[in-house]
Ligand binder design. Structure first.
Ligand code: HMG
Ligand code: MG
Length: 297
């Protein structure tokens, strides 16, 4: 079995840190992640700079980015303005990001659940016409801080509409990190019942309640093979205050190494990068694996 790690630290991680890193530090981070063996690294977002000031340097970042052989550097793009900016920079992979709930659609995109599709449809159409690969996220897959529990059918309905636009993969976001393995199973079953199997799905867990790794293992056992994670477990979501960082890439790699699952990632080199990054961010990595291995390094 092989698992593809979709690294989101430079985007999902850095978008929610109090410290905005200088562009050359971001470039070094992405270069080091690629050296550690990660082959898909979400680099930044082409969103409104006032909404996410930490990533306002997207153009400058991509201009000088060192690119490793075979590596992809997707970026978030919500609308046509974002797509124009991404195309100008020669981006080859983008991700749109939808919400399963009205409250988060309003807060994160200034749209309703329905009207988010009016914004995404021309983005995906033009991106595909330009030969780009388009991934989609759906946020608030299990619960939403304003609306409470979210029914699997609600997530499937939004997810299907995102895939039907022409996206190659749907990443299921537990934005506030409240899901548990039972929820994950129920959601994957609901997708399967609607004809969307695990080969079209990725999982994106935040670790607020310490469930991210258990949820990931549940998804792997249900056939999902693409897992989002962030080096050192940094990050969250600026428009969902209760969100903590993503599943730490090191925690994921430690588990997969133990299971004999191939990832192509050198764990020690990754830990060294997260320790270096923690120094730049001025706070220790929340990853247990980083903390444990740091004592041996
Ligand atoms: P809006 O205010 O409705 O935008 O925001 P608008 O279309 O009305 O435009 C207003 C102004 O913004 C215009 O400028 C546009 O040109 C400009 P003006 O004419 O007034 O001078 N503008 C832009 N400028 C630069 N880049 C752009 C852009 N778009 C418009 N792309 C918008 C709508 C989508 C832009 C806004 O809501 C936004 O930027 N939202 C992004 C929020 C965000 O990045 N959230 C974090 C990522 S999502 C996440 O973390 C969850 C995830 O990890 C999965 C999970 O965990 O669940 C993916
Ligand atoms: Mg996220």
């Amino acid at each position: 079995m092989k698992v593809t790690i979709y690294e989101v630290g430079p985007r999902d991680g850095l978008q929610n840190e109090d410290v905005t890193l200088p562009v050359e530090v971001k470039r070094e981070l992405i270069g080091r992640l690629a050296e550690a063996g990660l082959r898909t690294i979400e680099a930044t977002s082409f969103v409104h700079p006032k909404w996410v000031p930490q990533l306002a340097d997207a153009e400058e970042l991509l201009d000088g980015l060192p690119r490793a052989d075979g590596a992809r550097y997707p970026v978030l793009v919500p609308n046509e303005r974002g797509l124009d900016r991404a195309l100008e920079r020669g981006v080859t992979d983008i991700a749109i990001f939808g919400s399963a709930t009205e409250s988060f659609a309003q807060r994160n995109l200034n749209r309703t659940v329905d009207s988010q599709f009016d914004m995404f449809a021309p983005v995906v159409e033009r991106a595909l016409a330009n030969g780009l690969r388009v991934r989609a996220y759906v946020s608030m897959c299990f619960a939403d801080p304003w609306e409470g529990p979210v029914a699997p059918e609600q997530v499937v309905s939004v997810g299907r509409r995102l895939l039907d636009l022409g996206c190659y993969e749907l990443s299921l976001g537990d934005t506030i990190g409240v899901g548990t393995p039972g929820h994950v199973e129920a959601l994957l079953d609901a997708f399967q019942a609607d004809g969307i199997g695990p080969e079209r799905l990725a999982v994106h867990f935040h670790d607020t309640y310490g469930q991210a790794l258990a949820n990931t293992l549940t998804a792997l056992r249900k056939g999902v093979t693409v897992v989002d994670a962030s080096a050192g477990g940094i990050g969250g979501c600026p428009y969902a205050r209760s969100a903590a960082g993503n599943l730490a890439t090191e925690d994921l790699v430690w588990m997969l190494d133990g299971l004999g699952v191939e990832t192509g990632v050198n764990l020690r080199s990754l830990v060294a990068t997260s320790l270096w990054l923690a120094g730049k961010l001025g706070r220790p990595s929340p990853s247990r694996v980083v903390q444990a291995l740091a004592k041996e390094m």
